[in-house]
Design a protein around this ligand. Structure first.
Ligand code: GLY
Length: 421
């Protein structure tokens, strides 16, 4: 089989790495890929957002299966474009992907189907939004409706910040048209968790739960980032809580989308808050998480290609999704200055040495080859990942790997592991 992966970050490296283990696969392509992916796949010089060029490529190369990483092509209809041409693709249609593409749609459907969520209000007028925020007080969350590269949800600890967030999103249009409408939500207290499930629209097979670390600095301090690391599974989610999440949140949302005429196929990712009143939905994403995927896929024993094909053919009930026992930790190494401005082109060394230890995988995110050398080319550069029999072993291994990898200004968190483990 010829498989194409769309995207070029750490998540896509993990997807390519897992797909490469399938005995069904003879060739892998990745658009656009990165320097790490290039060791396993042929990188194609097309950006993930150019859905017509990607479909043209898949048609020309007779690709048997395309797997999409990022949300942008899903939300602009890459699956619909492929289906129109009779090409096999893994992911939700544009209508189903709206669960991530529109925060307004997401909140409305969850409210309509009584899926546990915070109280919210929708505004297309900034003054009305500000009046509501003054009545509610802080902390409060202000979200741009549309896609904003993960930056459109602003958690505001005081009133000034919240009013400023409305100004930034709706008036200054920091995120362009994504900020025409906003959702203002109650702030939820608790611990966050990411729950991804495979679904063909009817059958739901959960992945192991994971936890992202969005803040730049240890102890969840500093600015928000795209994610500084993840671990899997999550010790504070026991079997009963996991069952509750799947039965009261994930399955009802998939059923609701089907009932609304938007059947969902692919990976549905619930960004959840575990509150004292039970788990509630912070957001839904229409794809694999990044960096959660880097921590989850190394524990997946089953063939990902078989799962993807079964989902496309609506026979997920026939496939067993098996997990290995143990723990996985992914620690992101980022460029100095990230998530603000950063320099590129710093030479990276030590990856081969780090990967010599059994159970270590280094997933590339922002890397490139320049003058024959591996260099940094993004804010998040790579994710050192370790699998162990338990979190103590995984943490020792991953930080040993990180200590061997060097580039000027490298920054990483030292606390990517469950508290008390
Ligand atoms: N880990 C956050 C995301 O994938 O959106």
């Amino acid at each position: 089989m010829k498989v194409l992966v769309v995207g070029g970050g750490g998540r896509e490296h993990a997807l390519v790495w897992k797909i490469a283990q399938s005995p069904k696969v003879s060739e892998i392509y990745c658009a656009p890929g990165n320097a790490g992916i290039a060791k396993l796949a042929k990188c194609v010089n097309v950006i993930a957002e150019d859905i017509v060029a990607i479909a043209d490529f898949a048609e020309r190369e007779q690709i048997d299966l395309t797997v999409v990483g990022p949300e942008a092509p899903l939300c602009t209809g890459i699956v619909d474009e492929f289906q129109k041409r009779g090409l096999k693709i893994f992911g939700p249609t544009k209508a189903a992907a709206e669960i991530e593409g529109s925060k307004v749609f997401c909140r409305q459907i969850l409210a309509k189907w009584n899926i546990p969520s915070p109280k919210f209000a929708i505004f297309d007028d900034p003054n009305e939004a500000k009046t509501y925020i003054r009545q509610q007080g802080a902390p409060i969350v202000v979200k741009a409706e549309g896609l904003a590269a993960g930056k459109g949800s602003i958690v505001c600890t005081n009133l000034d910040e919240a009013l400023q967030a409305v100004e930034r999103i709706m008036v200054e249009r920091e995120f362009g048209d994504a900020g025409k409408r906003i959702v203002v939500e109650d702030f939820l207290e608790g611990r966050e968790a990411s729950v991804m499930v495979f679904t063909d629209g009817r059958t739901v097979k959960p992945m192991l739960p994971s936890r992202d670390h969005k803040r730049l600095l240890d102890n969840d301090q500093g600015p928000n980032t795209g994610g500084m690391g993840a671990y899997c599974p999550v010790p504070d989610i026991d079997a009963a809580l996991y069952d509750q999440i799947v039965e009261t949140i994930m399955k009802p949302t998939i059923a609701a989308l089907a009932a609304e005429g938007r059947p969902y196929k692919g990976v549905l990712y619930g960004g959840l808050m575990l509150t004292k009143d039970g788990p509630k939905v912070l957001e839904f994403n229409c794809r694999f998480g990044d960096p959660e995927t880097q921590a989850v896929l190394p524990l997946l024993e089953s063939d990902l290609v078989e799962i993807c094909e079964a989902i496309i053919d609506e026979r997920l009930h026939e496939v067993e999704v098996k997990w290995r026992q143990g723990a996985c930790i992914c620690v992101v190494m980022a460029s100095a200055g990230y998530p603000g401005a950063y320099e590129k082109g710093k030479v990276i060394t030590g990856i081969e040495e780090a990967e010599r230890e059994e159970g270590i995988i280094v997933f590339h995110a922002g890397t490139a080859i320049k003058d024959g050398q591996l260099v940094t080319s993004g804010g998040r550069v790579l994710g050192a990942t370790a699998v162990g029999d338990n979190f103590t072993e995984a943490a020792e291994k991953v930080y040993r790997a990180v200590s061997k990898i060097q580039f000027e200004g490298a920054h990483y968190r030292r606390d990517i592991r469950p508290k008390g483990n």
